[in-house]
Design a binder for this molecule. Structure first.
Ligand code: FUB
Ligand code: ZN
Length: 632
């Protein structure tokens, strides 16, 4: 089966010069990446690679080093993307130092995991369910590919290829882990990247093998536990074999992946698995994997997606609860899970050519992902609740530091998500100012985008083919558009076809042609399905892709005392670099008459003011809510 040719543009072919994103990405470069480097050095992640770290029996953090390589790897990946778009000799040297540490920690046979090498050498690959070895390997592989593509250096790529080769042997026919797979998916998508970077087909085959081994009977995790005779790393004093449905669902090993129908279990694991399935479906034309992805997508988007693009409502498993269980204050919505959703959505769009996946990507990116870091780029959320009683604030770092470098690597690789080189024509998925370089029919064509997105839906694109060129230009029509979009070329309205959520303008482009896309953007009130208990009788405000929240600091009372009125139209204004929405409402008034009374609560009119959800918790602690009561 011939596959549609659709791919992201390489980072060097895209330049971002955008009023919204450029300052944020500059903060990631100037603050976040150095801050994270400091934390990794102080936290022991670098020392562990020198085998200088030993567990402290009085310190309960001793259980975390099993995935320390992943922290270092994600940091290298973030730094590599940053280096791909701007040279920085100091950062380059710091990355070289980390790469040298990884190379030094690699064993003769290619094995690379400081925890098992230093502390438990006999335990290598014996606890795939909990020990995260392949998860770390996956992040190392992603880092090796990014580092190679950014710098042209093969120092880390060579290391990770040797490790991948060892894994291929161990997990191949007759290997010690034949039939196995990791309890935390990640390596599967990384191996697809390694295949694309090296052209070595066996990495793709290994990825497919790991994906197809998952969930098959006899269950590998039960077998390995029996062989080992001890509970897994996270098994505590519990049974050696945990074979109940919920344990299996936790790491999505409850059924073969092609038969899975619902998004269940740990949400980051799920996202990385589904992303790899979409990659493999695209590479191999595998209809079974594609159908499974489409089923899982529908379940997630129809029943388990927060309005912010966050996912994983149940903190006890860092994962999905039942359908429509989307608590706001007590929800979870890990930053990594929203990032994982961006990865999966992007791949689904590449697989299908449908813009609906980018709608979800955009929802996650501008809301539940961006909220993961403070405005100054040095404080982070691990969970991203949709309401706060005033006790929630971002942290400087975490013992389990998966989210901060994940966020850094996504923002430094934003270029990959803006455009698609589609055989059907250059495609604009995200409205991010800057330029991009495509090639069609042997001719180079540049697109130069300008806009004030996400605050305004007017986008201008200058098309610069090296010579006149007939090619359809494809512009995403976001799902949030509240009225008919329009397109002009050189000031004249042009008709356009709509194909899978894209406006398609098919003409012969001359150098300097100016396209204007107008996406009417107004503040709107959004209500949830009645089965979402946390949003019952409540309303959220959104403008364009930005979901807003109400913070106590902008209002005259704590958020639970506010009620949005149904009468007035919400009005947006742009101040201090952010949109704010004001809407008429009521505020409960304290009243005499004791703690309880039979009459109604006295109220008076007030104006309720919002900020974008991603920007909350930057001005001290206070109550916050996305879903706010509305007058019945
Ligand atoms: O287990 C590795 C990472 O740590 C997971 O993806 C996160 O949810 C956190 O548990
Ligand atoms: Zn995380």
């Amino acid at each position: 089966m011939t596959q549609p040719h659709r791919s992201s543009l390489p980072i060097p072919d895209v330049a971002i010069a955008d009023e919204f994103w450029s300052p944020r990405r500059a903060t990631v470069r100037a603050k976040t990446i150095p801050h994270q480097e400091d934390r990794l050095r102080e936290g022991g992640q670098f020392a562990a690679l020198r085998f200088e770290w030993r567990p402290d029996p009085d310190d309960d953090r001793e259980r975390f080093p099993i995935f320390w390589e992943s922290d270092v790897a994600k940091w290298i990946e973030a730094a590599s993307y940053a280096l791909a778009s701007e040279s920085d000799p100091k950062l380059d040297a710091a990355v070289d130092e980390a790469v040298a540490l990884l190379a030094g920690a690699q064993q003769e046979d290619g094995y690379l995991n400081a925890y098992f090498t230093a502390i438990k050498p006999e335990g290598r690959f014996t606890d795939l369910r909990d020990a995260h070895e392949l998860y770390c390997a996956g992040h190392l592989i992603e880092a090796g590919v990014a580092h190679f593509q950014a710098t042209g250096k093969t120092s880390l790529l060579d290391v990770v290829r040797r490790y991948a080769d060892l894994i291929d042997r161990e997990f191949g026919p007759g290997g010690s882990c034949e039939g196995g797979y990791c309890g935390h998916q990640e390596i599967e998508l990384a191996l697809v990247k390694l295949f694309r970077a090296t052209g070595e087909r066996r990495y793709l085959d290994l990825s497919l093998r790991l994906i197809d081994n998952r969930g098959k009977a006899p269950f590998y995790f039960d077998e390995e536990a029996r062989r080992r005779g001890t509970p897994g790393y996270f098994g505590g004093q519990g049974a050696v074999v945990r074979s109940d449905k919920r344990s299996r669902e936790y790491n999505q090993s409850h059924a073969p992946v092609r038969e899975q129908t619902e998004a269940v279990g740990h949400s980051v694991r799920a996202m990385y698995q589904y992303a790899a399935m979409a990659d493999l479906a695209l590479e191999l034309g595998d209809a079974g994997l594609r159908e499974a992805c489409e089923r899982l997508w529908r379940d997630l988007v129809d029943t388990k997606l927060y309005i912010t693009g966050g996912i994983g409502a149940d903190p006890s498993i860092e994962g999905f609860g039942p359908a429509f269980h989307l608590p706001d204050k007590d929800g979870y919505a890990e930053t990594c899970a929203a990032i994982g959703l961006v990865f999966w959505a992007h791949r689904m769009m590449l697989l299908t050519g449908e813009s609906t996946y980018v709608d979800v990507l955009e929802r996650a990116l501008y809301n539940g992902v961006l909220s993961g870091a403070s405005a100054d780029g040095t404080k982070y959320f691990y969970g991203n609740p949709l309401a706060s009683d005033g006790s929630v604030e971002r942290s400087d770092w975490f013992d389990c530091a998966c989210c901060p470098p994940n966020l850094a690597r996504l923002l430094t690789s934003l270029e990959e998500y803006v455009y698609v080189a589609d055989e059907a024509g250059p495609t604009v998925n995200l409205y991010v100012a800057g330029w991009a370089r495509f090639e069609y029919g042997g001719k180079r064509v540049l697109l130069n985008q300008e806009s004030a997105y996400p605050w305004d839906g007017d986008v201008r694109i200058t098309v610069e083919p090296e010579a006149a060129l007939r090619v359809p230009l494809r512009l995403r029509l976001p799902e949030w558009t509240s009225a008919e979009p329009s397109v002009t070329v050189n000031g004249a309205a042009v008709p356009f076809a709509v194909d899978r959520g894209y406006a398609v303008v098919d003409r012969t482009w001359e150098p300097g042609d100016r396209v204007a896309l107008s996406l009417p953007m107004h503040p709107v009130a959004v209500r949830a399905d009645a089965r979402v208990g946390a949003a019952h009788g409540k309303v959220a405000l959104q403008k364009g892709p930005i979901v807003h929240c109400v913070e106590e600091v902008d209002n005259e009372a704590p958020v639970p005392h506010l009620v949005i009125g149904r009468g007035g139209e919400p009005v947006a204004e742009h101040r201090d670099g952010l949109d704010r929405i004001t809407v008429a409402g009521l505020v409960d008034e304290p009243a005499d008459g004791g703690l309880y009374r039979t009459g109604s609560t006295p109220v008076r009119p007030t104006e309720i003011r919002t900020v974008p959800y991603f920007a909350w918790a930057n001005r001290g602690k206070g109550t916050m809510a996305v879903w706010v009561r509305e007058t019945p």
